[in-house]
Write a protein that binds this ligand. Structure first.
Ligand code: FAD
Length: 476
């Protein structure tokens, strides 16, 4: 009688506790992935994430085959798929690694109860986080709402041990399944994924290559340079972590190894480690605020007078707001499925505060276009920028997109890369082209208004409008 491993947000063979536990049972092994677009309450993946999933599954299937096993693909409501499979193959034991969003938790609980009643042993494992969200509690017993005390409590605990990669996988029973191609996870017409293919190699091997490259290069100066979108100093591990091509435990262990070998400076190591814990903190918030993606953590914002402005939103999505740093970010997102963290903050702030557009609309666009679209990090970060979250930036801190651009992209290299219309402008005007003298614009071939847009709102006026809206929301 076989054991079944249900892969979800853990698309890797190494450091996979569910897989390791199943292997230890020394039975025939069914390795399953379910494409579930039917269970109510599960948030369906956005376009860019579907692309990543497709590529990751292809890589995982190939890795599994090399090790002697095979990956079974089935589509449908996960409870039905598992029920059928247990019956078909006489499965006696099921292992999976946990998920943390409310819809998935509810589904997993339901399946576990049903299978247990049917006499199947179901075991869930911790694999996706350094610490389970319910194990960390403040002194008064509640969940954390502020990052620093959370980090101080969590970091000394140390993560679980890494589980080694299995050398071989036993073959499973021959069962009918779908082909990956039949799932159409990658776009065909139009094929918008060219920029994604050029930027990423999803899967476990790709993850380790990126991690190694980061620890060899990017980590040096990370603490100082991580805010600079014009340099390659962040790890770009986010989509790999999102889909579990790599675990945070592996990332942390590799980081500590590099530190011990004297290959990285303490300050850089500490900063990177704390970023991994920001991810943990987002999951802590999600677990304790199950409707994080739809509901303000701070209810003051429930009465906020968001504007319904389709033209503004469209300009933002297309990278045509007339603010070069915002536009560069939005185009980087569209082309590559990823955006630098500093620019995510600037672009999100611009939509919410300069546009007075509800943060949930921005969150939804990111959800659809980011390869790292994450059920915890995305809503937590949007609420952080909006000021509606736990431990959020105060609403009245309104980024000035010109100053942000000048500070973090001082030579304009990032803008030049993603907004080629402005490539010939000198650095002193590239973040505010409307200030450039006509002859400077002419020399650079920039025609404001027809080629590159003029600012969609004036910064000072937008700022005043945002502050006024904020004060009104507090009066109700
Ligand atoms: P690095 O600087 O190399 O950091 C390493 C890892 O730490 C990241 O891969 C990520 O897992 C974690 N991390 C880093 N910064 C943060 C942060 N601020 N919050 C939480 N975790 C962090 N991150 C996502 O993974 N998915 C999202 O959907 C997402 N949406 C965001 C939306 C907005 C509006 C903002 C402001 C931020 C969002 N982030 C999101 C957080 C952050 O921007 C990305 O994690 C980061 O840019 C990924 O790049 P990196 O891997 O090179 O980061």
């Amino acid at each position: 009688a076989p054991t079944l491993v249900w892969f979800r947000d853990d698309l890797r063979l190494a450091d996979n506790p569910a897989l390791a536990a199943a292997l230890a049972q020394e039975r025939p092994l069914i390795l399953l992935y379910v494409l579930d677009e039917a269970t109510p309450g599960l948030r369906s993946l956005g376009g860019a994430a579907r692309w990543w999933l497709g590529r990751s599954l292809a890589a995982l299937a190939a890795d599994i085959e090399r090790a002697g096993g095979s990956l079974l693909l089935r589509r449908g409501p996960a409870d039905e798929v598992l029920r059928d499979l247990v019956r078909e193959a006489g499965v006696v034991s099921v292992h999976w690694n946990r998920r943390y969003d409310a819809g998935a938790i509810a589904l997993d609980r339901r399946i576990k109860a049903e299978l247990t009643r049917a006499g199947v042993e179901v075991t869930s494992h911790s694999a996706t986080l350094l610490h389970e969200p319910w194990t960390l509690r403040t002194k008064s017993g509640g969940p954390y709402r502020v990052f620093t005390p959370f980090y101080r409590a969590a970091a000394p605990l140390g993560p679980r041990r890494i589980v080694p990669r299995p050398e071989a996988l036993p073959p499973g029973p021959d069962l009918p399944g779908d082909t990956l191609a039949a799932w159409h996870l990658e776009p065909a017409q139009p094929d918008w994924a060219g920029g994604l293919r050029a930027s990423w190699q999803p899967g476990e091997a790709g993850a380790h290559e990126v991690l190694r490259g980061f620890l060899d290069h990017g980590i040096h100066g990370y603490a100082e340079r991580r805010d600079r979108p014009d340099s390659e100093h962040t790890s770009r591990l986010s989509p790999f972590l999102r889909f579990g091509n790599l675990s945070p435990v592996q990332a942390l262990a590799a980081l500590h190894h590099a530190a011990e070998a004297g290959e990285a400076l303490g300050r850089d190591v500490e900063k990177f480690r704390s970023e991994l814990y920001w991810r943990e903190f987002s999951y802590h918030l999600l677990f304790h605020n199950p409707d994080l993606a739809t509901t303000n953590v701070n209810h003051r914002f429930d009465s906020f007078a968001w504007r319904d402005d389709g033209a503004f939103e469209r300009a933002w999505r297309r990278g045509r707001t007339g603010y070069p740093i915002v536009d560069a970010g939005m185009r980087q997102l569209w082309q590559t499925g990823w955006m630098h963290n500093r620019v995510r903050m600037i672009a999100a702030s611009f939509l919410i505060k300069h546009g007075l557009v509800d943060w949930r609309r921005g969150e939804a666009w990111f959800w659809d276009t980011l390869v790292d679209a994450d059920p915890a990090n995305n809503p937590a970060s949007w609420q952080w920028v909006a000021g509606s979250g736990a431990d959020a930036a105060p609403y009245f801190r309104i980024f000035n997109p010109m100053l942000q651009g000048e500070k973090f992209d001082p030579d304009g290299a990032y803008v030049r890369r993603f907004v080629p219309e402005l490539a010939e402008l000198p650095a002193d005007v590239i973040h505010q082209p409307w200030r450039a003298k006509p002859e400077v614009l002419a020399r650079a071939g920039v025609e404001l208004g027809t080629g590159y847009p003029r600012p969609i709102v004036e910064h000072g006026a937008a700022r005043e409008r945002a502050l006024a809206a904020y004060h009104r929301s507090g009066e109700e």
